[in-house]
Ligand binder design. Structure first.
Ligand SMILES: NC(=O)c1ccc[n+]([C@@H]2O[C@H](COP(=O)([O-])OP(=O)(O)OC[C@H]3O[C@@H](n4cnc5c(N)ncnc54)[C@H](O)[C@@H]3O)[C@@H](O)[C@H]2O)c1
Length: 480
């Protein structure tokens, strides 16, 4: 897929090269054609339940300032599927006021979101053009960006330069050059930039990293890791025909058609395919838990199932990373495939003393650790509550076949007693807003998001190259 700036279409709002700098007033005026105010229109009933649930469980209305500090005024830029999920979490966080929402799908996602907020007495202004929003909403302190990946850099950099703190969804960008510019913009402006790898703030991941790996060293020397995200076949995203965005307007934003607009993940120049969309979350955990980025990557992949005309990025990818960790060499295998959902998504870390299996999902693999039979007892860690007592694996009594020497004795299973009690993204958003208040440090600052983007985007290159590719240590840092 070519971006609109290479197809000769008008490019008033298409991502321009990031280095160009500040927003021109002329560009802001061009964007004023859109709709800052919106009428009531209630076609979002099916999504209502989530908001009502959020409202019920809210500890304090988002519109109310806390005792210590006035409410943080925040805007949502990109009110699609993920924007809605993030908003649902923001509604539960005390001390926020959702002041504005921006989305180019004005007749559908924008209206839905603004109208839903109204029902909770939150008067958010709606915008089509984010530049107009930045121009008008002087009191905004933060912007949450949940637009498609190829817009992240432009949106984030312009918001940072307008003096806002930014929470930007992963993948930081589909272009490393642009991701680097995002890091530089955060440094130059001194504003906070959190990247949406939400597992970094997940209490179970934090517990496993800090307590089980670093403090108790329960796995010993980690030599191998494995991660997967397997997904069943899914039809392409459709859209209600009466709310289709006119083609001319779509092209202004870099989308050749509604099909591209709705299925941007699969197109080159817009997203990065499943390895980036899904894999980036878990490959980020490889780097975090192994304590370093990798040296090499080898990968195989292709569009094996779907039509390559509509699925330019690979539907199936298998990648092997090689690490030089502080403890020694390690290898990590990652696979994502989108034609069979077998065993869902999880990560496994295997050391000479034990195995850790964890997932963001509460439904499956919510966290277990297995002690190698030769490892020292874990009684102390059970006593301290770091892990539960062992569930002893029993040998099947009904089997007529005697065990022989080839069989390994199954290790005991201990559970990780830390569970999420809030929606998946809430802790990461809370960490962002607490950091704005000076009460925390970002769990996934721009530099970390960049390191992950370098690690992940290289897989697509390795698929193309059909050979092992190396990373140089300097690749993971953005020079000042
Ligand atoms: N952290 C996570 O677990 C997670 C999960 C899903 C998606 N995401 C990320 O969130 C982002 C959005 O994904 P999604 O699934 O919501 O996509 P989506 O297509 O459902 O939503 C994107 C929204 O952005 C709007 N938009 C597109 N271009 C725009 C522009 N130039 N200006 C303003 N609005 C624009 C669209 O109208 C749409 O409402 C992506 O970066 C994706 O990778 C993260």
């Amino acid at each position: 897929m070519k971006q609109s700036d290479s197809n000769g279409e008008t490019e008033s709002a298409t991502p321009r090269p990031i280095k160009e700098g500040k927003i021109e007033r002329r560009e802001v005026l061009q964007g004023l054609s859109s709709l800052p105010t919106l009428g009531l229109f209630g076609y979002s009933l099916c999504r209502q339940a989530a908001y009502e649930d959020a409202q019920d469980r809210q500890r304090q209305p988002t519109s109310e300032p806390t005792a210590r500090r006035p409410a943080i005024q925040v805007a949502l830029l990109g009110a699609g599927a993920q924007g809605e999920v993030l908003l649902n979490s923001m509604l539960r966080i005390p001390g926020l006021y959702v002041r504005a929402v921006c989305d180019i799908w004005t007749e559908y996602n924008l209206k839905r979101t603004v109208n839903t907020l109204k029902k909770y007495k939150i008067e958010a202004n709606g915008y089509e053009d984010y530049r107009e929003m930045l121009e008008r909403e002087k009191d905004l302190e933060a912007v949450v960006v949940a637009t498609p990946d190829f817009w992240h850099a432009r949106h984030t950099i312009d918001c940072l330069r307008a003096g806002k703190h930014v929470y930007c969804e992963k993948e930081m960008s589909n272009s490393l050059e642009d991701a680097g510019q995002m890091v530089l913009a955060a440094r130059e402006t001194g504003r906070l930039l959190q990247i949406g790898h939400q597992r970094r703030s997940h209490p179970r991941y934090q517990h496993c990293y800090r307590k089980l790996l670093r403090e108790a060293n329960l796995l010993g020397r980690i030599v191998t890791a494995y991660g997967q995200w397997n997904r069943s076949v899914k039809p392409d995203q459709g859209w209600p025909k009466r709310y289709a965005i006119p083609e001319e307007r779509l092209k202004q934003y870099g989308y050749p058609s509604m099909a591209h607009f709705r299925n941007w993940r699969w197109y080159k120049g817009m997203g990065g395919g499943p390895i980036v969309d899904l894999g980036s979350h878990q490959i980020d955990i490889f780097n975090w838990f192994l304590g370093s980025p990798p040296d090499y990557v080898t990968a195989s992949g292709g569009t094996d199932y779907y039509d390559p005309k509509t699925h330019e990025w690979y539907d199936t990818v298998m990648a092997i990373y090689e690490y030089s960790t502080p403890a020694g060499k390690a290898r990590a295998y990652y696979q994502t495939q989108t034609t069979n959902g077998s065993q869902g998504y999880f990560e496994t870390f295997m050391g000479d003393q034990g195995t850790l299996v964890l997932s963001e999902s509460e439904a499956a693999y919510s966290g277990a650790i297995y002690r190698e039979v030769s490892a020292p007892a874990w009684d102390e860690w059970v006593r301290r509550g770091y892990i539960t007592g062992p569930k002893v694996q029993t040998v099947r009594q009904d089997s007529q076949i005697p065990l022989d020497v080839r069989e390994s004795v199954s290790p005991d299973e201990h559970r990780i007693p830390v569970h999420l009690t809030v929606p998946y993204h809430q802790s990461h958003l809370e960490n962002f807003f607490q950091s704005i208040r000076g009460e925390a440090r970002l769990n996934c600052p721009a530099e970390t998001g960049y390191e992950t983007a370098v690690t992940v985007l290289k897989v697509n290159e390795a698929v193309e190259a059909h050979r092992r590719l190396s990373f140089r240590p300097g690749d993971f840092r953005v020079p000042s």
